[in-house]
Structure formats: C-alpha cells, structure tokens
Design a binder for this molecule. Structure first.
Ligand code: ADP
Ligand code: ASP
Ligand code: MG
Length: 398
C-alpha cells in the first residue's frame, strides 16, 4: 500500500475546529486508499508562548528543560487529532517523537536527526491504523528528549517520509506553496509551481520560514518529493495550487528566483580578533554562526536568533571577550535581505544592480556577502521590509 506523510503546521491546528478540519482531510486521504502518517505542530503560537513563559522565569533557561517544555506543544495536538479521528470512526493512534523512533544527537533546542527507526509506526500502519506523530522532537542516544529547531516539524515529516519510503510528503500550511517572496511582506510575490531543492534550501537558510532548512536538506539527500499546499484549499480542487519541490527543475529564465528578508539576526563584530577565537567562543556559548568572515581588521559573524533561546547570556559572553554585538536589543538592530537565484555572480553586474537598488532606497548596507546562489545585504532593521519589496520589484516583477 502506498504511504503518504502529511504535515500540518501550527496555524492549521490552531483551535479545535481546525483540528476537526484536519481530521476530515486525513479521512479523505484514507478513503483514497493510502496508508497515512500525519505529523502535527503545536497549536497556533503555543511554542512561542511556552518559550516566553520559560524566559519569564529565567533569561537563560537551561536548554534541556526547554526541550521538556516545548515538546509538550506537539503532544497536545497529536492526542487531540487522534481523538478527533477516532470520533470519525478511524482507527488512529498518536506517538511522540521518541515512540516514533526519531533518534537525534544531544544538541538540545537545535538537535539533528541521526537515525529513524519507525518500527512502531510500521506495525500500526500494517494494522490499518492512521498514525499521528508529534513533530519537532526526538530522543537522543542518552534517552533525553530533544527538539529539532524552530519549524522542525517539517524535518520530522521529511525524515519519516524517507524512513517509510513514502510516495510523497505533503506539507500543509496557511500558504499554497512557496512564493518569490513572503506574501505577507511583498504584495506582488509570485507563486512558484516547482522549485529545486538547492534554491529552496538557500531561501530557507536566508530566513524564509515557509519550510525549515534542515527539512529541505534532508529531502535533497533522500530525494523526497515535497508538495507544499494550503490546508484550507478543498481536497481535490483542480484550481488549488501547490509547489512541488524536487531535484530536476528546468532552469528558470530569470537569474533571481526569490527575495528573502530576515529581521531576526544579530551581528557579532570581533575587531582585532582571529576568526578561530570567535568560532571557539560561539561553540562554548552553543551559538550556531550563519556566515562568518575575517579580514585584517578582525572577524565577524551572523547569528540567526531563532536558533538561540538564551541570547542574552550568549551576547554577554561575546561582550565580555571584547567583541561588539549588534542585535535587536540595541537601538542599532540589523536585518538581512537576500536575493536568491543561480549564477548570481557570473558577472559583477547583478551585485552592482542590487547595490544600486539599496542606494536608491537610501539603505547603506552594513555588510554584503555574495555567492553564486545568494547575495545578502545587512541593513538597518527598519529598512529591511522596504528593501525586500524594492529588490522584488526590480528583479521579480514585470
Ligand atoms: P506552519 O506553521 O504551517 O509551519 P509557517 O508559519 O512556518 O507555517 O510558514 C508559512 C509562512 O511562511 C507563511 O504564512 C508566509 O508568511 C511565510 N513565508 C515566508 N517566506 C515565504 C515564501 N517565500 N513563500 C511562501 N510563504 C512564505
Ligand atoms: N512548534 C514548533 C515551532 O513553532 C515546530 C514547528 O511548528 O514546526 O517552531
Ligand atoms: Mg513552519
């Protein structure tokens, strides 16, 4: 029997009525004859609320205890959805990440999946049951509960699709796929019906939260077909759109595929320090660095704040070592705006055009990095959305 994995994000399960609608959708997939595994996120903003509670108790909550707390969010949804399915006459059972055999390393709050042993899921599917899995969590080899980084339910879904050799992985959210920019920020954003793994990974790593970057990397490695869809589109509606993410996508005529803004970044400037010093300190403070560089003047690096639950503690460690931290707490906050595409630096002209758009917007970039797949500008945070729209107008509209 063909297995499909469906993942429903936080907005799709935000209240009981929505969980009921998800249950109806799962019933439809069952009626089509598929064996269905459903991965769920925490309801609505539950993860943010739990994190805010922990931060109220302590500015630097221990990451192990954060994982104990945050993993509860997905457990609530899994049980409620299993109850809703049983109410509809389906035989359904819910499992935590640990029960699903999702084994991770022991990096709390930002763990990586190292192996999936989905034996219990396979047994239950063989019994004809729908299996509901709590996303975003696993268990380490030390039998500690871990979470997979913000947006990590996507990773759970892709990892399970690979382990179960599923026909496809369907990711349901409040958008009908991936656009050339966040449609909430850029009204003219265009829908992309098909996208390659590499481009989407670049977008996700630049801060587009439509799909988790680890999930896309996993899909690329395991060649998992991802269908990104909107939960509220009726099942089987021929007018409903989706984005299919796969390996072979015909090259796009335009060089720039998407523009991505990320306001949740911090910048560490270590004037007069060696890059190795900055890297060692970041490792001790459990801060993953996004992009780092070194010149004769010193080292610097970017931090994605969503990956650091105890930034105040980490920032204090950088400052104590004589480094400068630019982050949203200072009046000097920065945002990163990235142009993503292919062959971006083949000629210098595109970078020049990007800089010209920034200048016309009155943004003086604090830092610029470029590669064949991405050009990133760090600008004042207040200017981030405006620059995102301006770059999109220039390269993706008309
Ligand atoms: P879920 O909770 O279902 O996982 P997310 O909030 O994580 O959903 O992701 C969906 C959101 O991603 C959308 O509401 C949209 O605002 C945002 N987004 C950011 N960039 C893009 C993009 N390029 N295309 C589509 N959506 C995007
Ligand atoms: N609930 C987690 C988060 O908000 C995981 C997810 O939604 O994918 O980050
Ligand atoms: Mg998400």
């Amino acid at each position: 029997m063909s297995v499909i994995v469906q993942k429903y994000g936080g907005s799709s399960v935000a209240d009981l009525a929505r969980i009921g609608r998800v249950a109806d959708r799962v019933m439809e997939a069952r009626r089509e004859g598929h064996a269905v595994v459903v991965v769920v996120s925490a309801m609505g903003k539950t993860t943010d609320q739990l994190l805010a509670m922990a931060r109220e108790v302590s500015a630097a909550p221990p990451r192990r205890e954060l994982d104990m707390l945050l993993s509860v969010g997905e457990r609530i949804t899994m049980a409620l959805l299993a109850i809703a399915l049983q109410q509809r006459g389906a035989d359904a059972i819910s499992f935590t990440g640990s029960q699903s055999g999702i084994l991770t390393n022991d990096r709390h709050f930002d763990a990586r999946i190292v192996e999936v042993r989905p034996y219990r899921i396979e047994d239950e599917l063989a019994r004809g049951r729908v299996v509901i899995v709590a996303g975003y969590q696993g268990v380490s080899y030390r039998r500690e509960i871990t979470t997979l980084g913000r947006g990590g339910s996507d990773t759970t879904a892709v990892a399970l699709a690979a382990a179960l050799r599923a026909d496809r992985c369907e990711i349901y959210s409040d958008v009908d796929g991936v656009y050339t920019a966040d449609p909430r920020v850029v009204p003219g954003a265009r829908h992309l019906p098909a996208l390659g793994y590499a481009e989407l990974q670049e977008m996700a790593e630049s801060g587009a939260k439509v799909l988790n970057a680890e999930a896309v990397a996993f899909a690329k490695r395991e060649r998992i077909l991802i269908h990104a869809r909107r939960t509220d589109d009726a099942h089987g509606d021929p007018a409903a759109r989706e984005t299919v993410v796969r390996g072979e996508v015909p090259p796009a005529p335009e060089r720039v595929r998407a523009v991505v803004g990320d306001p949740h970044v911090a910048w560490v400037r270590a004037d007069g320090h060696a890059l190795a010093e900055l890297l060692a300190l970041a490792e001790r403070a459990s801060v993953p660095l996004r992009a780092s560089d070194w010149t004769a003047a010193g080292a610097s690096a970017w931090v994605s704040l969503a990956r650091v639950p105890d930034w105040e503690r980490a920032a204090a460690a950088f400052v104590a070592a004589g480094m400068t931290v630019v982050d949203p707490r200072s009046g000097d906050a920065v945002a990163c705006v990235s142009v993503v595409g292919d062959g971006l630096t083949e000629e210098g002209s595109l970078l020049r055009e990007v800089l010209a758009v920034a200048a016309a917007e009155g943004c003086a970039p604090r830092a610029v990095t470029s590669s064949a797949l991405r050009i990133t500008l760090a600008v004042a945070r207040a200017a981030g959305d405006g620059l995102t729209r301006a770059l999109h107008r220039r390269f993706c509209e008309g």
